[in-house]
Design a protein around this ligand. Structure first.
Ligand code: VGL
Ligand code: ZN
Length: 198
């Protein structure tokens, strides 16, 4: 049975110096690269927003980054502009071993809808296609690493568990943002969904 390593959003904008830099976000890269050899499949995700994306504070007059905004699909934290399609910030960190990836899945490209999860956009209904890919490859166990632990890793882990995958999150190979108490909520939510945190 093939088990997949899913590497979430190790992109320049989520590393120190980036538009939404996560503390220590680059320090986990050697460990992530080393872990790739242990899996039968390696999948990378890439946050990939059009300019003027609805998750950007700059798209809402008067709003500031980290404000919470009511979207048609529920409350959403507004972010600084980040991971704009084709920009340097959207590229994978240069130290990440992208050659080992079988599949790169982009998300967050719908202008009016954010997508934290590698499986569904933030309406929790629009699929990214990753579930079909994993199913057709016979993969039913996934290990998640990457950025940010309390957003994209968290949403991906919860969705994967709901979809019936055996889910592990290697927290030593993740770093978080921690906005509005999101870290504690994420750890509790992932455990409640049935993910194993190691
Ligand atoms: C992410 C906030 C906005 C993430 C992506 O990768 O965790 N966080 N877009
Ligand atoms: Zn984003």
């Amino acid at each position: 049975m093939t088990e997949a390593l899913i590497v979430i959003d190790i992109q320049n904008d989520f590393c120190p110096g980036g538009a939404l830099g996560v503390d220590g976000g680059d320090t986990l890269i050697p460990g992530v690269n080393a872990r790739m050899a242990d899996f039968g499949a390696v999948i990378l995700t890439q946050d990939w927003h059009p300019a003027g994306h609805a998750s950007f504070a700059s798209s809402h007059p008067g709003a500031k980054p980290m404000d919470v905004f009511e979207m048609p699909y529920g409350p959403q934290i507004l972010w600084p502009d980040h991971c704009v399609q084709g920009s340097r910030g959207a590229r994978f960190h240069a130290d990440l071993d992208t050659d080992r990836a079988d599949m790169i899945i982009r998300k967050g490209y719908s202008p009016a809808l954010d997508s934290y999860s590698a499986f569904f956009e933030n309406d929790h209904q629009t699929p990214t296609g990753l579930h079909g890919y994993l199913r057709t490859r016979g993969i039913n166990a996934v290990t998640l690493v990457g950025l940010a632990l309390d957003f994209c890793v968290n949403f991906s882990a919860v969705d994967a568990a709901r979809l019936g995958y055996d889910v592990r999150v290697e927290t030593a190979l993740c770093r978080g943002i921690d906005a509005h108490g999101s870290m504690d909520a994420a750890l509790a939510g992932m455990r409640a969904a049935g993910a194993t945190l190691i």
